[in-house]
Write a protein that binds this ligand. Structure first.
Ligand SMILES: Cc1cc2nc3c(=O)[nH]c(=O)nc-3n(C[C@H](O)[C@H](O)[C@H](O)COP(=O)(O)OP(=O)(O)OC[C@H]3O[C@@H](n4cnc5c(N)ncnc54)[C@H](O)[C@@H]3O)c2cc1C
Length: 390
């Protein structure tokens, strides 16, 4: 198997987001992936989820919920630390770990909208890896159109009774808790009908399907969740009833950035592997990297990758200043995930037949990358959002 330890080639325009502390953290994350994840990727792919104790190991090193306040078990640091965690996952060419969804999405919902008791109950355990979490929005009948959600939560005394099912849920198989998007009330209030409810996985009536058989990202646990008269105390409501859609909207720009970050770093990793491969592989007595077609193709890819990097880092700067617009984040998600797909396709071509073999990281990147254009809002929905601002 070709080594997954090739580092990305520095960008043509030097990046200026990180300081020495960030770089020291990057080193910790890099070593974690190198030691704990990369040697086990094949195993994770066979079992279709990571080992449960990987979460605890990540928690012990402070790699989960890093941006959460210290009083709730986090390190209280800026979101560049999340960026570093995601980049190092991509540079390790891993698609098995679902840490970002847990740390950068679920934890944010609890921290932003939860009451004090919910924060104290969940965030420290999420930061230590004792609790694994998921967010369950998509249903068999609806994904892009969240207002059509059918899973219902009906108040019965002091409890919500939840019925319905969710599909394609990342971390679903190992999760100890899920934030579930439910329809509350029977009226036709559209988005004002949606609420977010915390559901513990050991509640009676809550069951999980087997990990779904995906074409790629095989090591990441993705499954169906079923709710059959699941009763939860009404204190499990996150924020206010009917405010679910508003809460989902609040962090959407950041969620799209998470996908853009993984795609950008994934493209940089695929490119670095390919440059190395074209130096090593010979045809007609010369390295294939010496052919003009190879050199021009690599020059084109480098240019596309670096243009996207500049846009993304600028978006990240605006994100840190809390000034990133929904349209700019949507553009980053759609453009950079499209770019990633194009880059891995061209990189695979430069690997010849070996690019089609799964023991080469480029082959896995080719099938893994595809989901990025679908989840966190499809790229068509991203274009819809951008067009609405015109
Ligand atoms: C690996 C993976 C992990 C996932 N993880 C999660 C998770 O953790 N939690 C979760 O809730 N969901 C998750 N999802 C689900 C994902 O968010 C949805 O698949 C996605 O939002 C699309 O919804 P859908 O599959 O129902 O497609 P649909 O909404 O049915 O879309 C089908 C096609 O129609 C197009 N379309 C739909 N509406 C419009 C429109 N208005 N204008 C133009 N085109 C349109 C779409 O772009 C798409 O091409 C995951 C999916 C995958 C593949």
């Amino acid at each position: 198997m070709q080594s997954a330890a090739i580092r990305p080639i520095p960008n043509m325009l030097e990046r200026n987001l990180f300081n020495e502390e960030h770089e020291a953290f990057r080193e910790t994350v890099r070593k974690f992936y190198e030691k704990e994840v990369v040697p086990n990727i094949e195993k994770y792919e066979k079992q279709q989820h990571v080992d449960r104790d990987l979460w605890n190991k990540a928690g012990d090193l402070g790699l989960l919920c890093t941006t959460m306040p210290e009083q709730y078990g986090g390190s209280g640091v800026d979101r560049l630390y999340s960026m570093i965690l995601i980049e190092e996952q991509a540079y390790a060419m891993d698609s098995s770990t679902g840490f970002s969804l847990h740390s950068d999405i679920v934890a944010n919902y609890i921290n932003n909208f939860g009451h004090e008791q919910q924060k104290q109950k969940w965030l420290p355990k999420m930061a230590s890896g004792e609790v694994v979490t998921a967010i369950a929005m998509t249903e068999p009948g609806t994904g892009s159109d969240l207002q059509a959600v059918r899973t219902s939560a009906v108040l019965d005394g002091d409890e919500y009774v939840i019925n319905g099912s969710k599909i394609f849920i990342t971390n679903g198989y190992l999760c100890d808790m899920a934030i579930v998007v439910c329809k509350t009330g029977n009226n036709e209030k559209g988005s004002a009908n949606l609420s977010l409810i915390i559901v513990e996985a050991d509640r009676v009536g809550f069951s999980k399907g087997k990990p779904l058989n995906k074409i790629g990202m095989k090591g990441q646990d993705t499954c169906e969740l079923f709710f059959d008269n699941v009763r939860v105390p009404k204190e499990n409501l996150l924020g206010m009833e009917g405010m679910g859609f508003m809460m989902l909207m609040k962090e959407l720009a950041w969620e799209r950035m998470l996908v853009a970050i993984i795609c950008q770093a994934g493209a940089e990793a695929a490119f670095a592997h390919t440059v190395q491969y074209t130096k090593d592989r010979k045809a007609f007595g010369k390295p294939i990297g010496s052919f003009q077609n190879t050199r021009f193709k690599l020059a084109e890819l480098r240019t596309e990758i670096d243009f996207c990097r500049t846009y993304l880092d600028r978006c990240m700067q605006l994100q840190l200043e809390e000034r990133l617009g929904i349209d700019a984040a949507a553009a980053a998600k759609y453009k950079i995930s499209d770019m990633f797909s194009k880059v891995v396709d061209d990189c695979l071509q430069l690997h010849g037949g070996y690019g089609y073999m799964l023991e080469y990281p480029i082959a896995r990147a080719y099938i893994d990358n595809r989901a990025n254009r679908i989840y966190a809002g499809t790229n068509e929905i991203m274009k819809e959002l951008i067009s609405r601002t015109l």
